[in-house]
Design a protein around this ligand. Structure first.
Ligand SMILES: Nc1ncnc2c1ncn2[C@@H]1O[C@H](COP(=O)(O)OP(=O)(O)O)[C@@H](O)[C@H]1O
Ligand SMILES: [Mg+2]
Length: 286
């Protein structure tokens, strides 16, 4: 079975999606691993960074996105098929990476979640956090790693992602506001674990958008390292992802690259070396 890692933070804009995409690309291309990225965010950022938008819309109409899993419960049909919904060979590197696959999200998830709250009492089943895992069961054994890009909340879709995860990884910008929410993430995951009897381990914190000139960033980084055990997030990864212009640009699917090195700026820019060593660190702990 694959190692399943949720990338989670209750804050938006901390680099969750950028990290999910980069880890997926580095682990598949440099380590030859078969990787599935599951986009559980209704904002669909990972989806549009990794696949062609027309192809995505075509699949959305046919119910073959993440939304299909939850819609099937309400509609009492079995339309969603993991084999059909999972897009193979995604990314804007070399026309797609054979070993990197994506379960796309859907923009219609936002409306679905809103409407759903009204109908929910008829569909207890949809709140089962095991739904996502059950629907993907038949395809999961063929992957080495599954990365789940979460929205900035702990709604029922995120809970489904966490339920099937072995680990959760928390990207954090090392400023005071961003580090403030960490204990809350941990306590809520602990609650979910108790309630559902599942095992999810904290994999650690990845510091992102780090500014070496910032004294706040430097002091928060030391504090985060010192408090890992006490707060319960296990560790801060040695590799820190610096703030850089590349990371902001790489999320554009229309911009195609021949090689991983070209996309992440090796050897002149930092992100390549940082993501490479982060991917190695992650593999050492899972
Ligand atoms: N290391 C980085 N340096 C500079 N900008 C970054 C970095 N990582 C991400 N970004 C940018 O920050 C914004 C939020 O990143 P994103 O990965 O979408 O965060 P989240 O998924 O947590 O909301 C995006 O515009 C992204 O391009
Ligand atoms: Mg995101």
């Amino acid at each position: 079975m694959p190692k399943v890692i949720s990338i989670i933070n209750l804050k938006g804009g901390v680099g969750k999606t950028t990290l999910a995409v980069a880890l997926g690309e580095f682990l598949s291309l440099l380590h030859g691993l078969k990787v599935l990225i599951i986009d559980t965010d209704p904002q669909t950022n990972a989806t549009v960074a990794l696949m062609d938008e027309k192809e995505w819309k075509r699949r959305n109409v046919k119910g073959q996105t993440l939304l299909g899993i939850f819609k099937d419960v309400v509609d009492k049909y079995q339309v969603f098929s993991p084999a059909e919904a999972i897009v193979k060979g995604v990314s804007n590197i070399a026309g797609g990476i054979e070993n990197l696959h994506l379960l796309p999200s859907s923009l219609d998830l936002i409306e679905f979640q809103e409407e759903f709250l009204y109908k929910a009492h008829n569909h207890e089943e949809i709140f089962k956090p095991s739904l996502l895992q059950e629907r993907l069961q038949e395809v999961l054994p063929s992957y080495d790693i599954v990365l789940i890009d979460c929205p900035p909340d702990l709604g029922f879709i995120t809970r489904n992602g966490l339920y099937m995860s072995d680990y959760y990884l928390i990207p954090v910008i090392p400023d005071i506001l961003s580090t403030y929410g960490i204990p809350q993430i941990i306590s809520r995951v602990e609650k979910l674990k108790k309630r559902t009897g599942t095992v999810i381990e904290p994999l650690g914190i990845v510091v992102s958008k780090f500014r070496v000139q910032s004294s706040v960033h430097k002091s928060q980084l030391s504090l985060l390292r010192a408090r890992a055990r006490e707060v319960g997030y296990q560790r801060v990864f040695e590799t820190v992802i610096s703030e850089n212009n590349r990371s902001a640009a790489v999320m554009d699917f229309h911009h195609s690259f021949n090689r991983l090195e070209e996309k992440y700026g090796y050897p002149y820019q930092k992100p390549y070396a940082e993501y490479k060593s982060l991917a190695e660190e992650v593999l050492a702990y899972v």
